[in-house]
Design a protein around this ligand. Structure first.
Ligand code: ATP
Length: 241
């Protein structure tokens, strides 16, 4: 279980990006994190993944724990080794490298060659299109394929918890549907997922529970079905009038 309690985060003291966020991601579940621009979604993911300091942010109080152990004292590499792995926003694949080289870059340092091979086979099984293009340059893949490669790269680190920052961004509706199915598939293999999304329809469809962040605070939370039924979520995030 990933648990965030009363978390306060600031950038340079002046910007109070998170102001007492409490949420949890139970083992084996998918939690959706919704909220408008600037609500603090990326800040929360950065804090969990240990990359906040790279963005000049700092935790002023609160806790982030995985199965009772604090993640706040660990650096980003140690957090990956603990099983918490982020699929980066904007995909950030290495365009000049091959698909296979990108996947290899995702495996953690202590993985043996045979476990790397096994994980890569699993990724290729999940994304046959990547297997077909394994020796091709990643930069030549379509947007959807690059997103799949970014997800595949994160899976190479054998996550227990996958953090996803807007995987549907900039993709066509048909591809967004595929990404949703991929998330459900990954989750059915026992991986918990914290899914930040602007696309609330897809997110609430695949999620078990959901949180809405508003100006650095959780303004709504509940089961995904409950939230999909509330007026606020329907109007603001599902585009219903
Ligand atoms: P978006 O969907 O636009 O990325 P978000 O919900 O992810 O929004 P954050 O990016 O976490 O929101 O931003 C929360 C607040 O912190 C905003 O007021 C934002 O301007 C500010 N902020 C984010 N990153 C930094 C930074 N590196 N330095 C200063 N302020 C920042």
């Amino acid at each position: 279980m990933l648990e965030v309690k009363d978390l306060h985060v600031t950038y340079g003291g002046a910007v109070r990006a998170l102001q007492g966020v409490t949420l949890s991601l139970p083992k084996g579940k998918v939690a959706a994190l919704l909220g408008s621009n600037g609500a603090g979604k990326s800040t929360l993911l950065r804090t969990i993944s240990g990359t906040l300091r790279m963005h000049r942010g700092a935790v002023t109080s609160g806790t982030v724990e995985l199965d009772g152990g604090s993640l706040l004292k660990r650096d980003a590499a140690a957090i990956v080794t603990s099983g918490v792995v982020q699929v980066p926003e904007g995909r950030r694949i290495f365009g000049r490298m091959t698909v296979e080289e990108n996947l290899r870059a995702g495996s953690v340092g202590n993985a043996s060659r045979s476990s790397r091979g096994r994980l890569q086979d699993e990724v290729f099984e999940m994304f046959p299109v990547l297997a077909d293009r394994r020796s091709g340059r990643a930069g030549l893949l379509s947007g959807g394929e690059q997103q799949m490669l970014a997800i595949g790269r994160a899976l190479m680190a054998e996550p227990e918890v996958l953090l996803m920052d807007e995987p549907s961004l900039g993709l066509a509706p048909r591809i967004i549907g595929q990404i949703g199915r991929v998330i459900s598939d990954i989750n059915s293999r026992g991986v918990s997922v914290l899914l930040v999304e602007q696309n609330a329809t897809m997110a609430l469809d695949v999620a078990d529970l959901a949180y809405v962040l508003d100006l650095g605070r959780v303004s709504l939370s509940g089961s995904a079905d409950e939230l999909a039924g509330t007026d606020a979520v329907r109007h603001l995030y599902l585009g219903e009038s």
